[in-house]
Design a protein around this ligand. Structure first.
Ligand SMILES: [Fe+2]
Ligand SMILES: [Fe+2]
Length: 338
């Protein structure tokens, strides 16, 4: 018996992307005049169901979401479907499925262990991170540090571009609606990203020089990221763009900053071992110092004061675990590709 499918639904994910992606750079009105938006949404929902356990569907899902987020995070060079209501529905389906999948990696019993006391909660959260398999992951501590070739570093930098090439914009999006000490902490972090006012030391500029050194092309940046790298970038945008996920963003950033100095030490070691260009030394050395400061200030001035409500503690933990788990799968993936 044939499977009932809508005639508007393409047979393969490739066909779906080939039909849908060009619509993103057409006026919103055109997408809103789609002949069968219900079938379109069902195709996206189907992708979400298959993305759990099917690497190709997972890649398509994250690739599609990253393309849509591009409309919300980059200035356009032509028409765009950014404001389409159909696109909003598609985006929400992708986001909800991505969030649900990420939640499924968290053991719900973990939340039972959260202490009520804010100071104890901070210590507990660091303990969770310290005991997580991603802490001192072998990709950094064994492979990058001692074994990686310049080609491996090139691959690493390419995958890291999903977050590092736009970290300042993520902070800028995250700070909307905050005030007081929290806004000040984000502002200090943002100013560090801006090279403290020195254009040559803006972090995204330094990172871009590393990209250029390796001869990484725009085509590679847009087409050669792994599903896990795309997910890392998408999760960061997701938690920064919705005010309702601010506490998740707080937990996510806390872990990202807290893990960074040790990770960057391993990258710096590789950089010096391979005698790679000085821009990379500057970029990685810089982060070893400032991210340690960002992490301790963030835990003390933002996480701890927020952690006086059970809802906030749960959401901060959720964001932290999204970061730990997705980073673990991302690093496992690159290590397996080597
Ligand atoms: Fe930075
Ligand atoms: Fe930082």
């Amino acid at each position: 018996m044939p499977t009932p499918t809508s005639p508007a639904r393409p047979a393969t994910d490739e066909e779906f992307l080939a039909d849908f992606l060009p619509r993103l750079t057409r006026p919103a009105e055109e997408l809103d005049a789609h002949p069968d938006p219900a079938a379109l949404l069902e195709a996206v929902a189907d992708l979400g169901r298959r993305a759990v356990g099917d690497p190709d569907a997972f890649f398509t899902q994250q690739y599609l979401l990253s393309r849509i987020y591009g409309l919300h995070t980059q200035l356009p060079t032509g028409p765009t479907a950014e404001t389409s209501t159909v696109l909003h529905a598609v985006t929400r389906r992708l986001e909800q499925d991505t969030a649900d999948a990420e939640d499924s990696w968290i053991d719900p019993a973990l939340y039972d262990g959260m202490p009520d006391d804010p100071a104890a909660f901070v210590a507990w959260l660091k303990g969770v991170a310290r005991e997580h398999p991603v802490f001192k992951h072998p990709y950094y501590h064994r492979f990058l540090r001692n074994e990686a070739t310049p080609d491996d570093l090139r691959r690493f930098v390419l995958q890291e571009s999903s977050v590092d090439s736009r970290f300042d914009d993520l902070l800028a999006a995250m700070q909307i609606g905050t005030d007081g000490v929290t806004k000040m902490e984000i502002a200090k972090n943002f100013w560090d990203e801006m090279g403290n006012g020195n254009p040559a030391e803006v972090h995204t500029v330094l990172f871009d020089r590393i990209i250029r050194h390796f001869g990484i092309t725009d085509e590679e940046l847009s087409e050669h990221l792994s599903a896990e790298a795309l997910l890392g970038g998408n999760l960061a945008v997701l938690i920064c763009r919705y005010r309702g996920l601010f506490a998740e963003a707080v937990g996510h950033l806390a872990i990202a900053e807290w893990l960074a100095p040790d990770r960057f030490s391993q990258v710096l070691h590789a950089w010096q071992r391979l005698d790679l260009p000085p821009d990379g030394i500057t970029y990685h050395k810089l982060h070893i110092g400032i991210d340690a400061h960002h992490a301790s200030a963030w835990f003390a001035h933002v996480v701890k004061p927020m952690a006086d409500s059970p809802e906030a503690r749960r959401a901060i933990t959720r964001g932290a675990l999204w970061r730990l788990n997705s980073s673990g799968r991302y690093l496992d993936r690159i290590l397996n590709l080597v």
